[in-house]
Design a protein around this ligand. Structure first.
Ligand SMILES: *Cc1c(COP(=O)(O)O)cnc(C)c1O
Length: 401
């Protein structure tokens, strides 16, 4: 049977070989990619890293260097986001604080955010999950007004924009990821973009001091990327997902990853795919649009609404099941139909033990994030989705009742 992977970026043989040749032959390919990403975000500078989570640690450490007040040790993160985010905050020696989310948009609840005591806050981190922009203009204004830094986490939102401004370009530092399920991928990798002189000086110094990714590791990543480019195809993915030990789609706590510079040859693949970003995003948006239309015809489901002036990049299409007890059956029927529906991150961050044990009492109750964690389903949007996907999704969900 064919199975449509939950997320991913198709890499044709031609893109793979172009990427390989560029990565191996063009010694300035990493600088070219960095320039393109900085320009994309509307920032002056860009640094490439081994992973997005490593990039986040570097950004937070550099923010700490750049801010003179030593009491500013708290970092506000949305109560529902990738576990790598609070893991990076803790790894940087800082204190995570949680802000509950708005279950309609998945953006931080602005009222809750306004009510924070900002006197010990170093930075706010956005989420832009599934490529849907948060209310970044309002969050940026609040950060400015309260004198805290803003890290615009666009790990899932390269190619998305809000009011014609690129996601990742809001606030002081932007972050992109090139991991497996993101907008474009070299299986591993991340980037920071920034302009503020004090911050860029610190990021630059810290980045210069990092070791490079060992060539043997990069060679292994390239081999895996070759396998990924073949196996993401629906005809082969069904076989892959049943292999034991791959842990596909599992969310696990990880905080001992290395902080390294990006493996330069990987920039060949990422920069080739960056050239396809527009058309990839358009395909994902078109798929998300027809999925949304099908979902809105079904009772008891709520599609996440992007802000009015947003152009989302839709790494996946999320929706909420009004009756959370129906969720497992819905996902099971979709999976039976060969559709990679997933429950996304399994818990609100207040219910992740490694985060909860660091939190003040006030941050342990996040009702909206809990509701989202218990009711969210994500659907694939990548270009391997067949034209009848929306109809098949509708049928599978109807059959789950
Ligand atoms: C994936 C992700 C990260 C971390 O990126 P990696 O490259 O996987 O380390 C950070 N934030 C969000 C929202 C993500 O989805």
């Amino acid at each position: 049977m064919a199975f449509i992977a939950p997320a991913g970026t198709p890499i044709s043989l031609r893109t793979f070989s172009t990427g390989l040749v560029r990565g191996v032959m063009q010694s300035s390919i990493d600088a070219q990619l960095a320039r393109a990403l900085a320009q994309h975000a509307g920032h002056q500078r860009c640094w490439l890293m081994s992973t997005g989570r490593a990039a986040m640690v570097l950004a937070l450490q550099s923010m700490r260097d750049a801010v003179s007040d030593p009491r500013r040790t708290e970092v506000i993160v949305p109560a529902y986001t990738c576990y790598s985010v609070p893991a990076s905050v803790i790894r940087a020696g800082l204190q995570p604080r949680l802000c509950d989310i708005d279950p309609v948009t998945l953006s931080m609840n602005l009222e809750a955010l306004k009510n924070f005591d900002f006197s010990r806050v170093l930075a706010i981190v956005t989420a832009n999950l599934y490529g849907i922009p948060n209310q970044l203009d309002a969050i940026e204004q609040l950060a400015k007004r309260t004198g805290v830094l803003l890290l615009d986490d666009a790990a899932q939102a390269l190619g998305a924009s809000l009011g014609n401004r690129p996601v990742g370009g809001f606030g002081d530092v932007g972050l992109y990821s090139f991991d497996k399920g993101k907008n474009i991928t070299s299986l591993e990798g991340g980037a920071l973009v920034a302009s503020n002189p004090a911050l860029t000086a610190s990021i630059e110094a810290r980045h210069n001091a990092l070791p490079g990714t060992p060539a043997s590791k990069t060679a292994m990543t390239i081999a895996k990327l070759g396998a990924y480019s073949l196996l993401l195809r629906p005809t082969l993915y069904d076989f892959v997902r049943q292999l034991p030990g791959l842990g596909l789609g599992k969310t696990k706590w990880e905080d001992d990853y290395p902080l390294l510079k990006y493996g330069r040859p990987l920039a060949g693949f990422t920069s080739s795919l960056y050239g396809q970003l527009q058309s990839l995003s358009e395909r994902r948006r078109a798929n998300a649009r027809s999925l949304s239309m099908a979902l809105k015809l079904l009772p008891g489901l709520q599609v996440i609404e992007p802000p009015a002036d947003a152009l989302p990049a839709y790494t996946r299409l999320p929706f909420l099941v009004a009756e959370p007890s129906r969720r497992d059956a819905i996902i099971a029927r979709l999976n039976d139909a060969g559709i990679g529906a997933t429950a996304s991150y399994p818990a609100a961050l207040c219910d992740v033990p490694e985060v909860a044990r660091t939190l003040p009492q006030s941050d342990l109750l996040m009702p909206a994030a809990r509701r989202v964690a218990a009711s969210i389903v994500t659907l694939p949007t990548h270009p391997y989705c067949p034209p009848d996907l929306a109809a098949r999704v509708g049928q599978a969900i109807l059959s789950s009742q």
